[in-house]
Ligand binder design. Structure first.
Ligand code: MG
Length: 384
Protein backbone atom coordinates (compact mmCIF):
# COMPACT_ATOMS: atom_id res chain seq x y z
CA UNK A 1 0.00 0.00 0.00
CA UNK A 2 1.34 3.40 -0.95
CA UNK A 3 0.91 6.05 1.73
CA UNK A 4 0.19 9.49 0.34
CA UNK A 5 0.23 13.13 1.36
CA UNK A 6 -1.56 15.68 -0.80
CA UNK A 7 -0.57 19.34 -0.63
CA UNK A 8 -3.54 21.26 -2.00
CA UNK A 9 -6.13 18.54 -1.42
CA UNK A 10 -9.15 20.84 -1.83
CA UNK A 11 -8.04 22.19 -5.22
CA UNK A 12 -8.99 20.70 -8.56
CA UNK A 13 -6.04 18.27 -8.71
CA UNK A 14 -6.36 17.35 -5.02
CA UNK A 15 -10.04 16.47 -5.39
CA UNK A 16 -9.34 14.36 -8.48
CA UNK A 17 -6.50 12.61 -6.65
CA UNK A 18 -8.81 11.71 -3.75
CA UNK A 19 -11.26 10.37 -6.30
CA UNK A 20 -8.52 8.09 -7.65
CA UNK A 21 -7.56 7.03 -4.13
CA UNK A 22 -11.19 6.24 -3.24
CA UNK A 23 -11.48 4.08 -6.33
CA UNK A 24 -8.30 2.19 -5.44
CA UNK A 25 -8.60 1.89 -1.68
CA UNK A 26 -6.52 -1.27 -1.51
CA UNK A 27 -3.60 0.45 -3.18
CA UNK A 28 -3.44 3.84 -1.49
CA UNK A 29 -3.83 5.34 1.95
CA UNK A 30 -4.09 9.04 2.77
CA UNK A 31 -1.69 10.21 5.47
CA UNK A 32 -1.67 13.98 5.03
CA UNK A 33 -3.91 16.66 3.50
CA UNK A 34 -3.65 20.42 3.18
CA UNK A 35 -5.68 23.39 2.03
CA UNK A 36 -4.99 27.08 1.78
CA UNK A 37 -8.27 28.15 3.37
CA UNK A 38 -11.13 25.85 2.33
CA UNK A 39 -11.96 24.59 5.83
CA UNK A 40 -15.35 23.10 4.97
CA UNK A 41 -13.95 20.97 2.14
CA UNK A 42 -11.00 19.86 4.26
CA UNK A 43 -13.35 18.93 7.12
CA UNK A 44 -15.26 16.62 4.77
CA UNK A 45 -12.02 15.11 3.49
CA UNK A 46 -10.74 14.49 7.02
CA UNK A 47 -13.98 12.74 7.95
CA UNK A 48 -13.80 10.59 4.85
CA UNK A 49 -10.10 9.71 4.68
CA UNK A 50 -9.02 10.00 8.33
CA UNK A 51 -5.50 11.30 7.63
CA UNK A 52 -2.92 11.42 10.41
CA UNK A 53 -2.13 15.05 9.77
CA UNK A 54 -3.75 18.01 8.03
CA UNK A 55 -2.68 21.60 7.38
CA UNK A 56 -4.29 24.98 6.81
CA UNK A 57 -2.37 28.14 6.11
CA UNK A 58 -3.52 30.44 8.95
CA UNK A 59 -4.07 30.18 12.73
CA UNK A 60 -7.65 31.47 12.34
CA UNK A 61 -8.51 28.76 9.87
CA UNK A 62 -6.80 26.15 12.04
CA UNK A 63 -9.07 27.12 14.94
CA UNK A 64 -12.15 26.79 12.69
CA UNK A 65 -10.93 23.44 11.42
CA UNK A 66 -10.31 22.05 14.92
CA UNK A 67 -13.78 23.13 15.84
CA UNK A 68 -15.43 21.56 12.84
CA UNK A 69 -13.67 18.16 12.97
CA UNK A 70 -14.63 17.66 16.62
CA UNK A 71 -13.03 14.62 18.19
CA UNK A 72 -11.09 13.49 15.13
CA UNK A 73 -7.59 12.10 15.77
CA UNK A 74 -6.10 14.04 12.88
CA UNK A 75 -3.31 16.35 13.99
CA UNK A 76 -3.82 19.91 12.72
CA UNK A 77 -0.76 21.89 11.69
CA UNK A 78 -0.46 25.42 10.32
CA UNK A 79 1.28 27.36 7.55
CA UNK A 80 4.55 26.59 5.82
CA UNK A 81 5.90 24.80 8.91
CA UNK A 82 2.82 22.63 8.85
CA UNK A 83 3.38 21.71 5.20
CA UNK A 84 6.98 20.83 6.00
CA UNK A 85 5.80 18.59 8.84
CA UNK A 86 3.47 16.76 6.46
CA UNK A 87 6.03 16.17 3.73
CA UNK A 88 8.63 14.83 6.18
CA UNK A 89 6.15 12.64 8.11
CA UNK A 90 7.66 9.18 8.54
CA UNK A 91 4.50 7.40 7.35
CA UNK A 92 4.45 9.19 3.99
CA UNK A 93 5.82 7.38 0.91
CA UNK A 94 4.67 9.78 -1.79
CA UNK A 95 3.88 13.49 -1.77
CA UNK A 96 1.50 14.89 -4.38
CA UNK A 97 2.39 18.57 -4.70
CA UNK A 98 -0.72 20.27 -6.04
CA UNK A 99 -0.58 23.79 -4.61
CA UNK A 100 -0.85 26.46 -7.29
CA UNK A 101 2.11 28.80 -7.33
CA UNK A 102 5.77 28.90 -6.42
CA UNK A 103 4.81 28.72 -2.73
CA UNK A 104 5.12 24.97 -3.33
CA UNK A 105 8.88 25.25 -3.86
CA UNK A 106 10.02 24.89 -0.23
CA UNK A 107 7.73 21.97 0.70
CA UNK A 108 8.74 20.27 -2.54
CA UNK A 109 12.44 20.61 -1.71
CA UNK A 110 11.87 19.35 1.83
CA UNK A 111 9.96 16.33 0.53
CA UNK A 112 12.83 15.55 -1.83
CA UNK A 113 15.36 15.85 0.99
CA UNK A 114 13.23 13.46 3.04
CA UNK A 115 13.50 11.07 0.05
CA UNK A 116 9.78 10.88 -0.56
CA UNK A 117 8.55 9.94 -3.98
CA UNK A 118 7.14 13.05 -5.68
CA UNK A 119 4.10 13.43 -7.90
CA UNK A 120 4.32 17.00 -9.14
CA UNK A 121 1.34 18.99 -10.33
CA UNK A 122 2.63 22.39 -9.30
CA UNK A 123 4.59 23.43 -12.38
CA UNK A 124 5.43 26.82 -10.86
CA UNK A 125 7.96 25.23 -8.51
CA UNK A 126 9.87 23.75 -11.42
CA UNK A 127 9.69 26.97 -13.41
CA UNK A 128 11.03 29.04 -10.52
CA UNK A 129 13.51 26.69 -8.97
CA UNK A 130 13.99 24.06 -11.67
CA UNK A 131 17.73 23.62 -11.47
CA UNK A 132 17.77 23.55 -7.68
CA UNK A 133 14.89 21.07 -7.58
CA UNK A 134 16.35 18.72 -10.18
CA UNK A 135 19.76 18.80 -8.51
CA UNK A 136 18.20 17.96 -5.15
CA UNK A 137 16.22 15.14 -6.74
CA UNK A 138 19.36 13.69 -8.29
CA UNK A 139 21.35 14.01 -5.09
CA UNK A 140 18.65 12.26 -3.07
CA UNK A 141 17.87 9.72 -5.77
CA UNK A 142 14.23 10.81 -5.88
CA UNK A 143 12.06 10.43 -8.95
CA UNK A 144 9.80 13.34 -9.84
CA UNK A 145 6.69 11.97 -11.49
CA UNK A 146 4.87 14.57 -13.56
CA UNK A 147 1.14 15.02 -13.10
CA UNK A 148 0.73 17.79 -15.66
CA UNK A 149 -1.02 15.96 -18.53
CA UNK A 150 1.55 16.94 -21.19
CA UNK A 151 4.52 15.95 -19.06
CA UNK A 152 2.84 12.75 -18.01
CA UNK A 153 2.37 12.03 -21.74
CA UNK A 154 6.06 12.70 -22.45
CA UNK A 155 7.12 10.64 -19.43
CA UNK A 156 4.94 7.74 -20.59
CA UNK A 157 6.28 7.96 -24.15
CA UNK A 158 9.86 7.96 -22.90
CA UNK A 159 9.09 5.08 -20.53
CA UNK A 160 12.54 4.61 -19.10
CA UNK A 161 15.79 6.16 -20.10
CA UNK A 162 15.66 7.20 -23.71
CA UNK A 163 17.69 10.31 -23.08
CA UNK A 164 20.27 9.60 -25.78
CA UNK A 165 17.73 8.63 -28.39
CA UNK A 166 15.36 11.54 -27.70
CA UNK A 167 15.39 14.13 -30.47
CA UNK A 168 12.43 16.39 -29.86
CA UNK A 169 9.42 16.98 -27.67
CA UNK A 170 6.12 18.16 -29.16
CA UNK A 171 4.23 19.87 -26.38
CA UNK A 172 0.59 20.08 -27.39
CA UNK A 173 -2.07 22.48 -26.15
CA UNK A 174 -5.71 23.01 -27.05
CA UNK A 175 -5.13 26.72 -27.64
CA UNK A 176 -7.32 27.69 -24.70
CA UNK A 177 -10.70 29.42 -24.60
CA UNK A 178 -9.60 32.44 -26.67
CA UNK A 179 -8.17 30.64 -29.67
CA UNK A 180 -10.96 31.76 -31.98
CA UNK A 181 -11.55 35.18 -30.47
CA UNK A 182 -10.01 38.17 -32.24
CA UNK A 183 -7.28 39.94 -30.32
CA UNK A 184 -9.30 43.16 -30.46
CA UNK A 185 -11.85 41.59 -28.15
CA UNK A 186 -9.24 40.71 -25.50
CA UNK A 187 -9.36 44.18 -24.02
CA UNK A 188 -12.89 43.83 -22.68
CA UNK A 189 -12.64 40.27 -21.36
CA UNK A 190 -13.85 39.61 -17.82
CA UNK A 191 -12.63 36.70 -15.62
CA UNK A 192 -15.79 34.60 -16.12
CA UNK A 193 -15.20 34.49 -19.89
CA UNK A 194 -11.52 33.74 -19.53
CA UNK A 195 -11.73 30.84 -17.10
CA UNK A 196 -14.25 28.94 -19.19
CA UNK A 197 -11.92 26.36 -20.77
CA UNK A 198 -13.27 24.31 -23.70
CA UNK A 199 -11.56 21.01 -22.81
CA UNK A 200 -10.36 20.91 -19.21
CA UNK A 201 -11.94 21.78 -15.91
CA UNK A 202 -9.28 23.40 -13.72
CA UNK A 203 -8.59 25.91 -10.97
CA UNK A 204 -8.88 29.64 -11.68
CA UNK A 205 -5.18 30.47 -11.83
CA UNK A 206 -4.29 27.80 -14.36
CA UNK A 207 -7.43 28.61 -16.35
CA UNK A 208 -6.27 32.19 -16.84
CA UNK A 209 -2.80 30.87 -17.73
CA UNK A 210 -4.43 28.63 -20.33
CA UNK A 211 -6.20 31.62 -21.84
CA UNK A 212 -3.02 33.72 -22.10
CA UNK A 213 -1.02 30.62 -23.18
CA UNK A 214 1.34 31.37 -20.29
CA UNK A 215 0.43 27.87 -19.17
CA UNK A 216 2.10 26.47 -22.29
CA UNK A 217 5.09 28.74 -21.67
CA UNK A 218 5.45 27.49 -18.10
CA UNK A 219 5.11 23.95 -19.42
CA UNK A 220 7.96 24.49 -21.87
CA UNK A 221 10.22 25.44 -18.96
CA UNK A 222 8.83 22.55 -16.89
CA UNK A 223 9.68 20.13 -19.73
CA UNK A 224 13.21 21.57 -20.08
CA UNK A 225 13.84 20.86 -16.41
CA UNK A 226 12.08 17.51 -16.05
CA UNK A 227 13.58 15.95 -19.15
CA UNK A 228 16.83 18.00 -19.23
CA UNK A 229 16.31 18.95 -22.84
CA UNK A 230 17.17 22.31 -24.41
CA UNK A 231 14.63 24.89 -25.47
CA UNK A 232 15.22 24.40 -29.19
CA UNK A 233 14.26 20.75 -28.94
CA UNK A 234 10.77 21.56 -27.64
CA UNK A 235 8.04 22.62 -30.05
CA UNK A 236 4.64 23.84 -28.95
CA UNK A 237 1.78 22.69 -31.17
CA UNK A 238 -1.79 23.89 -30.97
CA UNK A 239 -4.05 20.85 -31.12
CA UNK A 240 -7.64 21.94 -30.46
CA UNK A 241 -9.03 18.38 -30.35
CA UNK A 242 -6.92 17.82 -27.20
CA UNK A 243 -6.66 14.09 -27.79
CA UNK A 244 -2.88 13.84 -28.08
CA UNK A 245 -1.45 15.09 -24.80
CA UNK A 246 2.11 15.41 -26.13
CA UNK A 247 4.57 13.55 -28.33
CA UNK A 248 8.17 12.51 -28.37
CA UNK A 249 10.36 12.16 -31.45
CA UNK A 250 13.38 9.86 -31.39
CA UNK A 251 16.60 10.08 -33.38
CA UNK A 252 15.36 7.48 -35.86
CA UNK A 253 12.35 9.61 -36.83
CA UNK A 254 9.77 7.64 -34.86
CA UNK A 255 7.20 9.70 -33.00
CA UNK A 256 5.26 8.34 -30.02
CA UNK A 257 2.12 10.03 -28.73
CA UNK A 258 0.02 9.50 -25.63
CA UNK A 259 -3.74 9.86 -26.07
CA UNK A 260 -6.60 9.82 -23.60
CA UNK A 261 -9.74 11.74 -22.74
CA UNK A 262 -9.18 15.08 -21.00
CA UNK A 263 -9.49 14.06 -17.40
CA UNK A 264 -6.74 14.69 -14.86
CA UNK A 265 -7.56 11.47 -13.00
CA UNK A 266 -5.66 9.57 -15.72
CA UNK A 267 -2.26 11.28 -15.31
CA UNK A 268 -2.80 11.51 -11.53
CA UNK A 269 -3.43 7.78 -11.26
CA UNK A 270 -0.39 7.03 -13.41
CA UNK A 271 1.85 9.14 -11.15
CA UNK A 272 0.43 7.72 -7.91
CA UNK A 273 0.63 4.15 -9.13
CA UNK A 274 4.00 4.39 -10.89
CA UNK A 275 5.71 2.18 -11.93
CA UNK A 276 2.52 0.14 -12.14
CA UNK A 277 -0.31 0.89 -14.54
CA UNK A 278 -3.43 0.29 -12.51
CA UNK A 279 -6.85 -0.46 -13.98
CA UNK A 280 -8.96 2.65 -14.22
CA UNK A 281 -12.35 2.64 -12.50
CA UNK A 282 -13.98 5.69 -14.05
CA UNK A 283 -14.68 4.35 -17.52
CA UNK A 284 -12.79 7.22 -19.14
CA UNK A 285 -12.26 5.70 -22.57
CA UNK A 286 -11.35 7.43 -25.78
CA UNK A 287 -13.67 6.55 -28.64
CA UNK A 288 -11.36 6.88 -31.64
CA UNK A 289 -14.24 6.51 -34.11
CA UNK A 290 -15.76 9.73 -32.81
CA UNK A 291 -12.66 11.83 -33.52
CA UNK A 292 -12.96 13.73 -36.77
CA UNK A 293 -9.27 14.12 -37.50
CA UNK A 294 -6.37 15.73 -35.74
CA UNK A 295 -4.96 19.17 -36.44
CA UNK A 296 -1.66 20.62 -35.29
CA UNK A 297 -0.51 24.18 -35.86
CA UNK A 298 1.93 26.76 -34.59
CA UNK A 299 0.85 29.05 -31.76
CA UNK A 300 0.27 32.72 -32.58
CA UNK A 301 2.89 34.55 -30.53
CA UNK A 302 1.58 37.98 -31.52
CA UNK A 303 -1.85 37.21 -30.21
CA UNK A 304 -0.46 35.49 -27.11
CA UNK A 305 2.62 37.46 -26.00
CA UNK A 306 2.86 35.55 -22.70
CA UNK A 307 4.16 32.51 -24.54
CA UNK A 308 6.85 34.62 -26.17
CA UNK A 309 7.85 36.09 -22.80
CA UNK A 310 8.18 32.57 -21.43
CA UNK A 311 10.47 31.60 -24.33
CA UNK A 312 12.65 34.64 -23.58
CA UNK A 313 12.83 33.84 -19.89
CA UNK A 314 13.63 30.21 -20.67
CA UNK A 315 16.45 31.23 -23.00
CA UNK A 316 17.90 33.86 -20.67
CA UNK A 317 17.60 31.45 -17.73
CA UNK A 318 19.21 32.54 -14.43
CA UNK A 319 16.48 34.03 -12.25
CA UNK A 320 14.34 35.12 -15.23
CA UNK A 321 12.01 32.09 -15.09
CA UNK A 322 11.36 32.80 -11.39
CA UNK A 323 10.55 36.42 -12.26
CA UNK A 324 8.33 35.38 -15.15
CA UNK A 325 6.41 33.05 -12.88
CA UNK A 326 6.04 35.34 -9.86
CA UNK A 327 5.01 38.41 -11.89
CA UNK A 328 2.52 36.24 -13.78
CA UNK A 329 1.04 34.91 -10.52
CA UNK A 330 0.53 38.46 -9.24
CA UNK A 331 -0.83 39.79 -12.55
CA UNK A 332 -3.29 36.88 -12.81
CA UNK A 333 -4.46 37.44 -9.25
CA UNK A 334 -4.97 41.14 -10.00
CA UNK A 335 -6.96 40.28 -13.12
CA UNK A 336 -9.16 37.84 -11.18
CA UNK A 337 -9.71 40.50 -8.52
CA UNK A 338 -10.73 43.01 -11.17
CA UNK A 339 -7.79 45.39 -10.69
CA UNK A 340 -6.33 45.06 -14.19
CA UNK A 341 -7.54 44.22 -17.65
CA UNK A 342 -6.74 40.90 -19.31
CA UNK A 343 -4.41 42.60 -21.80
CA UNK A 344 -2.37 44.10 -18.99
CA UNK A 345 -1.16 40.68 -17.79
CA UNK A 346 1.65 40.38 -20.39
CA UNK A 347 2.48 44.09 -20.03
CA UNK A 348 3.10 43.69 -16.31
CA UNK A 349 5.26 40.59 -16.80
CA UNK A 350 7.28 42.20 -19.57
CA UNK A 351 7.95 45.30 -17.50
CA UNK A 352 9.06 43.32 -14.45
CA UNK A 353 11.31 41.10 -16.58
CA UNK A 354 12.90 44.16 -18.20
CA UNK A 355 13.69 45.69 -14.81
CA UNK A 356 15.21 42.54 -13.43
CA UNK A 357 18.91 41.90 -12.99
CA UNK A 358 19.24 38.19 -13.34
CA UNK A 359 21.64 36.03 -11.44
CA UNK A 360 23.33 33.14 -13.20
CA UNK A 361 23.17 29.66 -11.73
CA UNK A 362 20.94 30.85 -8.90
CA UNK A 363 20.91 29.22 -5.49
CA UNK A 364 17.61 28.76 -3.63
CA UNK A 365 18.15 32.07 -1.81
CA UNK A 366 18.52 33.95 -5.13
CA UNK A 367 15.35 32.35 -6.47
CA UNK A 368 13.33 33.24 -3.36
CA UNK A 369 14.66 36.81 -3.49
CA UNK A 370 13.83 37.18 -7.20
CA UNK A 371 10.37 35.76 -6.53
CA UNK A 372 9.70 38.24 -3.72
CA UNK A 373 11.11 41.21 -5.64
CA UNK A 374 8.99 40.39 -8.72
CA UNK A 375 5.81 40.19 -6.68
CA UNK A 376 6.41 43.64 -5.23
CA UNK A 377 7.18 45.08 -8.66
CA UNK A 378 4.16 43.43 -10.24
CA UNK A 379 1.85 44.50 -7.43
CA UNK A 380 3.05 48.10 -7.72
CA UNK A 381 2.14 48.00 -11.43
CA UNK A 382 -1.24 46.37 -10.82
CA UNK A 383 -2.33 48.63 -7.97
CA UNK A 384 -1.50 51.83 -9.91
MG1 MG B 1 -0.83 20.92 -18.71
Amino acid sequence: MKRIAILGSTGSIGVSALDVISALRDEFKVIGLSTNSNVSALTEQIKRFRPKIACVMSEDKAACLKNSIGKSRTKIVVGLDGLLEIVTHSDVDLVLVAIAGSISLLPLLEAIKAKKQIALASKEALVSGGEVVMKAAKRNNVKILPVDSEHSAIFQCLNGDHKRSLKKIYLTGSGGPLRRLSKKAFHALVPEEVINHPKWSMGKKISVDSATLMNKGLEVIEAMRLFSIDLDSIEVLIHPEAVVHSMVEFVDGSILAQMAVCDMRIPIQYALGYPERMPQKFNLRLDLKKINGFTFSRPDLKKFPCLKLAYHAARDAGTYPAVLNASNEEAVLSFLDGRIRFTKIPEVIEKVLSRHRSKDKPALKDILEADKWSREEAKALCFQ
